[in-house]
Design a protein around this ligand. Structure first.
Ligand code: 13P
Ligand code: SF4
Length: 317
């Protein structure tokens, strides 16, 4: 007699058979997060990808994240359940556009958010994530001009935090975070004036959150501009009844896991990334069974892009 096994058991069995580690970004569907070996933000997952002993890395996230894992572990097999999982922010700049921008600013240091293609990273000096963007920029001598790309809202956040005025910012945006507006935030805060407010710096409302806090419309001591990893750290210590969360809604799963005292509510419940949600249990099973889709990068890109990512990973170690 055979006993049916669940899809989760099948995934664990296949992962073991393939010697694979499964990484899932905080924005994945809860079921994918729960079956993964590690869940985290882009920086944490990059670090795990760089240090894992497994011979295969299965990246449940979007394409640039799997590419970053491949850059850090070029000898390992890196798989993503579907190569169609792109990123609207990464698509706002390509390598030709960056070369043209650099030509206009030949003395500048180029800081690229990890939400970029490997070809763009190859043209950058150093990468950053939303967790370490301020630290990375602070590591650059104050008199050196900086080109920061591709997210305009994260760029504005970095300018504010570092107090530097020699940062040129690419005017890209993520359609999900740009869609979380100041009006959404204001309406939610008005409905729940005692709530803590957690805002990802990619959000359209991040600058407004600072401004609203400045004029007293938001409680400045309860307004936190944070990466997804920063949100989790802050959430652990919250005692408030509710927290309003301005980022992709997948994040709520981990927040609710780390703190059951506080009710975490999305500032915009429609803020769902269709690229992140392309990763399904069916595609994860297919990925582990058939070894697809495999990330492959041209060697000349790998060499140069890896340097930018490794410089980032080394900062703050
Ligand atoms: P983190 O860098 O906080 O993981 O978020 C980046 C992001 O928006 C991924 O899409
Ligand atoms: Fe890209 Fe935005 Fe989706 Fe993140 S949430 S993967 S930045 S489109």
């Amino acid at each position: 007699m055979t006993t049916a096994i669940s899809w989760q058991e099948e995934i664990r069995r296949l992962a073991q058979e393939r010697d694979a580690v499964i990484l899932a970004h905080n924005y994945q569907e809860p079921a994918i997060q729960d079956v993964a070996d590690h869940v985290g933000d882009s920086l944490a997952l990059s670090r795990i990808a760089a240090s894992t002993d497994a011979s295969t890395i299965v990246f449940c996230g979007v394409h640039f994240m799997a590419e970053t894992a491949k850059l850090l572990s070029p000898d390992k097999t890196v798989l993503i359940p579907t190569a169609q999982a792109g990123c609207s922010l990464a698509d706002t700049i390509d390598a030709d556009q960056l070369r043209a921008w650099k030509a206009e600013h030949p003395d500048a240091v180029v800081v690229a958010y990890v939400n970029t293609s490997a070809a763009v990273k190859a043209e950058a000096d150093v990468c950053c994530t939303s967790s370490n963007a301020v630290e990375v920029v602070n590591s650059i001598p104050a008199d050196r001009p900086i080109l920061f790309l591709p997210d305009q809202f994260l760029g504005a956040h970095v300018r504010r935090q570092t107090g530097r005025d020699n940062i040129e910012v690419w005017m890209g945006e993520c359609h999900v975070h740009a869609g979380i507006s100041a009006a959404d935030l204001r309406a939610q805060v008005a409905a729940d004036p005692e709530a803590e407010v957690l805002v990802h710096p990619e959000c359209g409302c991040a600058s407004s959150a600072i401004w609203l806090a400045g004029v007293g419309d938001l409680p400045s001591e309860r307004t936190h501009i944070l990466s997804t990893a920063g949100m989790l750290d802050t959430a652990r210590g919250l005692t408030a009844k509710t927290a309003l969360v301005a980022t992709e809604i997948g994040m709520l799963h981990q927040l609710r896991k780390v703190n059951q005292r506080t009710t975490f509510l999305p500032v915009n419940p429609k803020a769902s990334c269709r690229f992140m949600k392309m990763i399904t249990p069916e595609l994860l099973v297919r990925c582990l069974r058939q070894g697809r889709d495999e990330i492959q990068l041209p060697p000349e890109v790998v060499e140069r892009a890896r340097r930018s990512v490794e410089r980032m990973v080394a900062i703050g170690k």
